[in-house]
Design a protein around this ligand. Sequence first.
Ligand SMILES: Nc1nc2c(c(=O)[nH]1)N[C@H]1C(S)=C(S)[C@@H](COP(=O)(O)OP(=O)(O)OC[C@H]3O[C@@H](n4cnc5c(N)ncnc54)[C@H](O)[C@@H]3O)O[C@H]1N2
Ligand code: MOO
Length: 428
Amino acid sequence: MIDEFDDALALANGPQPTAPRDPAPAAPAPRPAPPVQAAHIAPDWDTARATAHRAVRPLAPRRLPLDLALGHTLAAPLTALTDLPAFDTSAMDGWAVAGPGPWRLADDGPGALAGRPAARPLTDGEAVPIATGARVPEGATAVLRAERGTSAGRRLTGPNPQPGADIRPRGQECRTGTELLPARTPLTPVTLGLAAAAGYDQLPVRPRPRAEVLILGDELLFRGLPHDGRIRDALGPMTGPWLTALGAQVMVTRRLGDDAEALYEAMSTTRADLLVTTGSTAAGPMDHLRAVLDRLGARLLISGVAVRPGHPMLLAELPDGRPLVGLPGNPLAAVSGLLTLAQPLLRALGDRPAPAEAEAALTDAVRGHPRDTRLVPVAAPEPGLVRPLSYAGPAMLRGIAAASALAVIPPGGAEAGAPVRLLDLPDA
Ligand SMILES: Nc1nc2c(c(=O)[nH]1)N[C@H]1C(S)=C(S)[C@@H](COP(=O)(O)OP(=O)(O)OC[C@H]3O[C@@H](n4cnc5c(N)ncnc54)[C@H](O)[C@@H]3O)O[C@H]1N2
Ligand code: MOO
């Protein structure tokens, strides 16, 4: 995987200042590349995504109380357990009236209040005060709003409301058994509210897949400024939250350095549904990932993808069937791995529908790789248009931090005005 191309392509998107070169750090002794298994051919980008989606089966459904169900996915259709409203309800504060006015006010008590038993039935020409949400008494033909009527003693006058006015009839929103939401709907605050209104205490959910993140690399610092050839870990703070935005429940992010034994131990003992590593996907002297996968007896399903940046990414199946996504260490390449492999895997594990894919026209031509797809950070200056951003080299996050999406540039490139597919970026 020879690659002077990525930085050159990134620079082609716009002017970038050159930084003075640091003296080269002392290189460790070169080591032969560790063995990798048969599935070595790098699939094209769309095939890699489809392979990742097919690689796993949805997690088993379970029942969760409503207050624990947020973010999981409905495992069965949400059918109403009650009529909604469950009874004829007043939509306004005022009076429930029977027939045309003027009306005689019943003088017994405060009238019909929400959450109380129904007021006694009305006969023609009678009225009773009623609150929003209260049961409409039998015999009532409409509700007269408070601001439209005048009461003096036991006499109520006002314009005759249309029959049925300001009464929400029982079953107006749904009947018992109506399908309110299909299976596979993500449980959001509003869908939880609907489930409660429809009578649910618990829901059948497909749980959020549990993910464990392993940050590899002895060169990484976790606080302070770069020094002595060491750099800040940019992937620890980004990968967990990104996986969360993609539907995972991140159990832990661990920093393992370049310790092959620690990596072996972590892979053998994980209880996560998905393991994600960062770095060590290529063939550098300290890149143990492939050797450890080999030792563990893992199966490489994808070993490299025809995408820039990110082409050394990999997908493996651990001996017990758990998937492992290996994100490349270059930060923008890791983003590419998240969107290419982790996203479809998480979608399959959580049984979520594919998101709608947007398209927009490029403001400027974008150079392509001759064989590989490129993922390029773009801003949207106006609806339907996207502009490629600078600072989009594999080791940079500056471009994508200002981006609204990643544009999918097919092999060979795209002309100005050409429509390109867009990949969403999480905003929270
Ligand atoms: N001979 C070749 N060398 C490389 C190739 C290749 O095809 N042949 N591919 C290059 C590409 S493309 C990428 S991407 C990287 C992938 O490298 P690894 O996944 O093995 O990652 P590392 O070697 O550990 O690190 C690469 C780079 O990224 C920095 N890094 C790593 N982790 C982090 C982190 N958590 N936060 C910030 N930066 C990180 C690391 O310091 C290196 O600079 O390989 C190329 N080489
Ligand atoms: O350059 Mo590498 O393509 O994955 O960042």
